[in-house]
Design a protein around this ligand. Structure first.
Ligand code: AMP
Ligand code: GLY
Length: 427
């Protein structure tokens, strides 16, 4: 079989690496990919939202399955576009991808179906939003309705910050159309986790709970990023908490989407706040997390293709399962100097060859490209150095040992990925 992976970040390198190992798969392509995917797949220079060109490529190349990494093409309707042309695709329809594409849709869905989440109100003008902020008072969270490349959520400690956030989104239109409506919601406290399942709209195959690290600096300080590292499994999700997540969040959500006439097939990712064992939803995503995918796929044993194909065809039979290694995995993201602000590109990355020989380590590329025979930086998040170990402590050590072997001008990375898990375990 031939598989096309849409996207070009660390998540897509991990997907390409895993899928290329499947005995069912003869060839993997990645559009557009990066210097890392080039070692396991053929890179195709097409943009993830260029649906016409992607479908034309899939038809010409005889692609058997297209797997979509990022949200933008899903929200733009890639799955519908492919299906109506007889091309098999793994990913939710445009209507179902609203679960990520419109925060207002999702908040109203959760309210209607009693899925636990923060109390909220929706506003389509700045005056009403400001009046509500003044009435409620901070702390509050202000969110642009639509997709804003992960930047449309502003956590505000005070009333004044929330007023400024409303102005930024609705007056200055910092996120364009995505900010035509805003949500003002209660700030939740606790520990965050990412809970990801594959589903055909009825059955669910859960992945181990994972945890991202969004702020740029150690100790969760500094501005938010796309994610500076992740690990799995996350011990904040005990077996009891996991049962509540499935029963109170995932099952009712999948049922709610079906009841709303938007049956959900693909990856369903819940960003959750866990407080005293109680899960509440911060957001849903219609795709795998980045960087959560990197440690999750390091932990996956066996072949994901039967599950991906069955879900693409809409029926996940009882005999398809995912298998997981009993250990833990940690991904440390190495970023360009200045990220998440301005940064330069084109720095040569040193040490990749040496680190590639380390056991139980994979370096997933994100913002990299090949410049003749050198690998150079080409984005903010550059590499996801990912290791597996018998527990989080061992995986943390292995990932940092590998990260120390890699270097370029200006590189920076967090030194405390996994610390919350280690503190909890008292290691
Ligand atoms: P989202 O894109 O909705 O996941 O929001 C990005 C980040 O903002 C989350 O990972 C949380 O850290 C934070 N966040 C979002 N909503 C809330 C909330 N209601 N309370 C506290 N933090 C939140
Ligand atoms: N790691 C957060 C996300 O993928 O949205």
């Amino acid at each position: 079989m031939k598989v096309l992976i849409v996207g070009g970040g660390g998540r897509e390198h991990a997907l390409a690496w895993k899928i290329a190992q499947s005995p069912m798969v003869s060839r993997v392509f990645c559009a557009p990919g990066n210097a890392g995917t080039a070692s396991v797949a053929g890179n195709i220079p097409l943009e993830p939202t260029d649906l016409d060109s992607l479908a034309a490529f899939a038809r010409k190349e005889g692609i058997d399955l297209t797997v979509v990494g990022p949200e933008a093409p899903l929200v733009a309707g890639l799955a519908d576009f492919f299906s109506t042309r007889g091309l098999r695709v793994f990913g939710p329809t445009k209507a179902a991808a609203q679960i990520e594409g419109s925060k207002v849709f999702t908040k109203e869905l959760m309210r209607k179906y009693d899925i636990p989440s923060a109390a909220f109100e929706v506003f389509d003008g700045p005056q009403e939003a400001r009046r509500y902020v003044e009435k409620r008072g901070g702390p509050l969270v202000v969110k642009a309705d639509g997709l804003a490349a992960g930047k449309g959520v502003i956590v505000c400690g005070t009333t004044q910050e929330a007023l400024t956030a409303v102005d930024l989104i609705m007056e200055e239109k910092a996120f364009g159309e995505a900010g035509e409506r805003v949500i003002v919601e209660e700030m939740l406290c606790g520990e965050e986790t990412s809970y990801i399942v594959l589903t055909d709209g009825e059955r669910m195959l859960p992945m181990p709970p994972s945890q991202d690290h969004k702020p740029v600096f150690d100790g969760d300080t500094g501005p938010n990023t796309g994610g500076m590292g992740a690990y799995a499994p996350a011990p904040v999700v005990s077996p009891e908490v996991e049962e509540r997540i499935m029963g109170e969040v995932m099952e009712p959500t999948v049922k709610a989407m079906a009841a709303e006439g938007k049956p959900y097939r693909g990856v369903l990712y819940a960003g959750l706040m866990i407080q005293d064992g109680r899960p509440r939803v911060l957001e849903f995503n219609a795709r795998m997390g980045d960087p959560e995918t990197q440690p999750l796929l390091m932990l996956m044993e066996g072949d994901p293709m039967p599950a991906l194909l069955a879900i693409a065809d809409g029926e996940l039979s009882e005999n398809i399962e995912l298998q997981w290694s009993p250990g833990a995995s940690v991904c440390v993201v190495m970023a360009s100097g200045g990220y998440p602000g301005e940064y330069d590109k084109g720095h040569e990355i040193r040490g990749l060859e040496q680190v590639s020989k380390m056991e139980d380590v994979q370096v997933f590329h994100a913002g990299t490209r090949l410049d003749e025979d050198r690998v150079v930086t080409s984005g903010g998040r550059v590499l996801g150095v990912t290791a597996r170990g018998k527990d989080v402590g061992a995986a943390v050590q292995a990932a940092y040992r590998a990260a120390k072997g890699i270097d370029w001008d200006g590189v920076h990375y967090r030194k405390d990925i996994g610390a919350k898990a280690l503190a909890r375990k008292g290691v």
